[in-house]
Ligand binder design. Structure first.
Ligand code: ZN
Length: 441
């Protein structure tokens, strides 16, 4: 080692020690922000509280307490929401930031994959995530890119790096189905068409796909356990099963080994049964769930992400096979949701937005859940602490409590009286930073 390199080393050591000192000094230097909350719903408790103060230090909540007894730290920035209802940032557990509710008149789903540059899809996704944050959704579980590869991982990095505004993302990357189990479909058999998911056949390919996706940044693995749907011979909602039990078990085993979870798109019948027998962590949509399957979900602790609203859009003409199917999907779904709710299945809020345009209000799912018998407080929990639990982020997100990220929203009225209030989010803070400050137009 030359003298020169010793000098460099000394400088590096000095820098290292100053970094360490900075780290030690950081907590004292982090700025305090204080929010005065007229009404506070903490995401976990069964009732709201009044005249509360949230003390935030940096990006974390330091304390939550009565206004009368809380000391405001010196020099704190005070945000007055004393006329509003303050809640944890909302969580949508089923989104597609890289879909735009593709209009069939403009070529629909296929045109999105066949004609749009990936950069266009990514650019539009930056608008999707901003819209979500504007509406108070500070975390999305984004359940696959629909042919856009790992673009969700890049969008997540852009948000986390502060380049674009957006919610925290938990991403599923490419998703998995089988040959004959996903679009693009209906082209000449001689053509090798791209697919909206990664196609696997056999447990070896299934496990390999999960490994690839996890290796490239998937936080969740998304699996399609059913494909298409139609009215069956006995009037049931029939759907085509895709992965075998062995294929799914290989994916679940691999994913759980990485400490991550598997979300299963499953409408009904055999595919839904295989999803449960294979140990999936969340059932997506679950349009027609039998009593025995509900009992199995309870026993296994399976989450249910119903996504109700999306099945009320774009119905085919009454009497046509599509029209009959579309109406059955909605009615069977209502029954399944009511049964699951009554039985105590763990339910999270999810919209499938992207399947519908991002210009639709995300909060429209709340009144659907309440109309089907869920209390407003339970619906709020489904989009806050319950989702945090499913995401293995309990105490960090979906709750206003010490130690949680300062992801905080506010609405002018009382969502416990009228759940539609959650469509009027006027204040949004994410990670301790104010994104939207409640200027009324
Ligand atoms: Zn979806």
């Amino acid at each position: 080692m030359t003298i020169k390199s010793w000098a460099v080393l000394a400088i590096l050591l000095a820098m290292g020690s100053s970094v360490a000192q900075d780290k030690g000094a950081t907590p004292q230097m982090k700025a305090f922000t204080v929010i005065r909350a007229g009404t506070l719903i903490d995401g976990k408790s069964d009732s709201s509280r009044h005249d509360q103060v949230i003390v935030i230090r940096g990006n974390l909540i330091d304390s939550v307490g009565d206004a009368a007894s809380t000391k405001i730290p010196q020099g704190a920035t005070v945000i007055d929401l004393s006329k509003a209802t303050v809640l944890p940032g909302l969580i949508d557990s089923h989104t597609h930031i890289l879909l735009q509710g593709e209009d069939p008149a403009e070529g629909g789903y296929d045109a999105n994959i066949l004609t749009y540059p990936l950069s266009l899809r990514a650019a539009r996704a930056t608008v999707s995530v901003r819209r979500a944050l504007e509406q108070g959704f500070t975390l999305l579980r984004d359940l696959e890119t629909e042919g856009a590869g790992y673009a969700d991982v890049g969008i997540k990095q852009a948000i986390d790096g502060g380049y674009i505004p957006g919610p925290r993302l938990r991403v599923a990357t490419r998703a998995i189905s089988t040959t004959g189990g996903y679009p693009l479909e209906g082209y000449a058999p001689e053509l090798e068409m791209p697919k909206g998911v990664q196609i696997v056949d056999g447990p070896v390919e299934a496990r390999k796909a999960a490994r690839e996706q996890l290796d490239h940044g998937a936080d969740w693995i998304k699996v399609y356990m059913t494909h298409r749907s139609w009215v069956g011979k006995s009037g049931e909602l029939a759907s085509q099963p895709t992965l075998t039990l062995e294929e799914l078990k290989a994916i679940v085993d691999e994913t759980h080994g990485w400490g991550k979870k598997v979300a299963c798109h499953a409408y009904s019948g055999i595919g839904l049964q295989r999803a449960l027998d294979g140990g999936c962590d969340s059932i997506e949509h679950g349009l027609q769930i039998s009593d025995a399957q509900i009992a199995q979900m309870l026993k296994q602790g399976t989450w249910y992400c119903p996504t109700i609203s999306v099945y009320y859009t774009d119905w085919g003409p009454p009497g046509s096979p599509e029209g009959q199917r579309d109406r059955l999907r909605a009615s069977a779904h209502e029954d399944s949701f009511k049964k699951a709710l009554k039985a105590g299945v763990k339910i999270v809020f999810g919209t499938d937005i992207g399947g519908i345009p991002w210009t639709e209000p995300i909060a429209q799912e709340f009144p659907r859940m309440v109309d089907l018998g869920m209390s407003p407080m339970e619906a709020i929990k489904a989009a806050t602490s319950r989702a945090g639990e499913m995401l293995d982020m309990s105490g960090q997100v979906g709750v206003l409590a010490p130690g949680a990220y300062a992801d905080i929203v506010a609405v002018p009225g009382d969502p416990l009286k009228d759940i539609k209030e959650l469509g009027n989010v006027e204040f949004v803070m994410k990670d301790g930073k104010v994104f939207k400050s409640g200027d009324r137009k």
